[in-house]
Design a protein around this ligand. Structure first.
Ligand code: UDP
Ligand code: UDP
Length: 297
């Protein structure tokens, strides 16, 4: 994007985002940062909107569920109102959570999902489902140009160390020499996409001709126990694995069918988990100030 001379406006309320991650752009002549909450109306002039707003880690979105659903519903309504006023194309980052605890495996875009409407995850799952509905209603009723990506679990450098999701937890725990907390039973699966692949997929979707929804994720599927063993092997073989209590409604399996992304966007992920984890480790070690050869005693 740097070479394409776009002017970029970043809008963030910093509920889960960090200014540190934007440091290198602050002061750049084509970059602007606005501290703003998308649940309030926003007046700017733009050609494209990447609507990514919403906490995505269960511990954060469950912390204030009412705020989470407001962000997904009112936030999306405001971004659609903005897109309508200025004639912008809008991309929503929806989620694999719209499939809930899926009964179809792997998940294709045609699958309608198995979501609990009144559970502790519903503020996020149902919030994103309504956001998708709003996108399609604005598209059909007002002719808006929409794009919907269904993002599967994503990881990479610059994630919040205390984000609470599994990859960042395991890496931070391995570096600190702490037990890896596998939530029971440990046989549940996820498929992890490296951040650069994800960004590439989102840009292709925005620039292409398909509304979606399109799954964007890495089909490499792992149980949480396998993930823990891989992190141990790559980062710190001395840490134990500890089985801890799980939270309600945790999906038992998740893996994207990416046929559509391959055929319609010419996209598929390039970075396998074993290559991505060390890149994230390097960044976490710097921020935790624990060099590679450091041994906890
Ligand atoms: N909106 C916004 N920025 C704009 C235009 C609209 O934030 O540039 C908000 C507006 O406050 C409204 C929402 O988007 O709450 C939906 O706008 P729309 O025009 O679709 O609906 P209406 O305002 O007619 O309810
Ligand atoms: N998990 C785990 N240990 C942790 C955090 C999460 O075993 O320290 C498990 C969690 O039970 C779930 C999976 O990892 O089965 C992915 O959880 P995460 O919060 O990363 O994302 P989700 O896919 O649930 O949104």
């Amino acid at each position: 994007m740097e070479n394409e001379k776009h002017e970029v406006i970043v809008v963030d309320n910093f509920f889960t985002g960090s200014k540190d991650n934007l440091k290198k752009w602050i002061g750049h002549p084509r970059f602007e940062l606005i501290r703003h909450d998308v649940t309030e109306p926003l007046l700017v002039e733009v050609d494209q909107i990447y609507h990514l707003a919403c906490p995505a880690s269960p511990i954060f979105y469950k912390y204030n569920p009412v705020k989470t659903i407001k962000t997904n519903v009112i936030g999306t309504l405001n971004m659609l109102g903005l897109a309508k006023r200025v004639g912008a194309r809008i991309l929503l980052t929806s989620t694999s959570e719209v499939y809930g605890d899926p009964l179809q495996h792997p998940q294709t875009e045609e699958y309608w999902g198995n979501v609990n409407p009144i559970g502790v995850r519903s503020c996020y799952d149902e919030g994103k489902r309504v956001a998708e509905t709003l996108m399609f209603d604005y598209h059909r009723q007002h002719g808006l140009e929409i794009r919907i990506a269904r993002i599967f679990n994503t990881y990479g450098p610059r994630m919040n160390i205390d984000d609470g999701r599994v990859v960042s937890n395991f890496i931070a725990q391995a570096i600190r020499g702490e037990p890896l907390t596998v939530q029971a039973p440990g046989t549940q699966t996820r498929s992890f996409c490296y951040v650069s692949d994800m960004v590439d997929g989102l840009i292709r979707l925005m620039e292409g001709d398909n509304t979606g929804p399109i799954n964007i994720g890495n089909p490499g599927e792992f149980t949480m126990m396998e993930l823990a063993e891989t992190v141990k092997e790559l980062i710190n073989p001395d840490v134990p694995v500890r089985i801890v209590e799980n939270t309600p409604d945790d999906p038992r399996q998740r893996k994207p069918d990416i046929t559509k992304a391959k055929n319609l966007l010419g996209w598929e992920p390039k970075v396998v988990l074993r290559d991505g984890l060390p890149l994230m480790e390097e960044d976490f070690r710097q921020r935790l100030a624990v060099p590679k050869n450091f041994i906890f005693t």
